[in-house]
Write a protein that binds this ligand. Structure first.
Ligand code: HEC
Length: 184
């Protein structure tokens, strides 16, 4: 009877160990953020968590609106609060960028799907990679952040609406990789 009990307990604890193991694997996989990315092939990759957008937008009302809050939380990590980027570290400026403040279709495509490959800005060759934000940001959030970018840092672009973002999102659903400049 003792043996039976011991066996039973051994079985029970090995089952619970297995369950614990499975839970651990599950937790590890879940916490592994497949959308995360490193920004460039340079020496100092910047880790940015797209899910950070789930955080509160408490400072949204504090000036600059929702777009500024999203910019500070996400884009500023690379393009800096000043919009000047770090061209020497393969991150272009948004301040003065013709693409950022020109035809809204281009920056919308870039924020939805990302940008990769060589670009030349202000005489500097930049070869970085920006990840896609389509899964992390809603049409409204992309419209807000681009409206902020296009009207800040001395930029003079027109506002972007959620409808414009929605239209481009649905016409580019087959896009799997970040755009190159030539593909935009
Ligand atoms: C992890 C770093 C990173 C983050 C975060 C990031 N970008 Fe970028 N962005 C880049 C890099 C790198 C490029 C240039 C890619 C290349 O070299 O082809 C770029 C390019 C751009 C461009 C094109 C600029 C030009 O003149 O060609 C725009 C517009 C832009 N980003 C907007 C944004 C916005 C808006 C956000 C926030 C929603 C954002 N980016 C977040 C790294 C980032």
């Amino acid at each position: 009877m003792n043996v039976g009990m011991n066996l039973g307990m051994t079985l029970a604890s090995s089952v619970s160990l297995r369950i614990a193991g499975l839970l651990l694997v599950g937790a590890t996989l879940t916490s592994c953020n497949v959308q995360g990315f490193f920004t460039s092939y340079g020496d100092d990759p910047v880790w940015v968590d797209p899910n950070a957008s789930a955080e509160t937008t408490a400072d949204a009302a504090a000036g600059g609106g929702a777009g500024k809050a999203i910019y500070s939380r996400i884009c500023a990590a690379c393009h800096l609060g000043s919009g000047k980027g770090s061209p020497g570290a393969n991150i272009p400026a948004l301040a003065g960028s013709a693409i950022a403040q020109g035809d809204a279709t281009l920056p919308i495509k870039i924020v939805l799907h990302g940008l990769r490959g060589e670009i030349v800005r202000n005489g500097v060759t930049i070869n970085g990679q920006m990840a896609a934000w389509k899964d992390a940001l809603s049409d409204q959030e992309i419209a807000d952040v681009l409206t902020y970018v296009r009207s800040s840092f001395g930029n003079t672009g027109t506002p972007v609406t959620a409808d414009e973002v929605a239209a481009i999102r649905s016409s580019t659903t087959d896009r799997l990789l970040p755009y190159t400049e030539a593909e935009l």
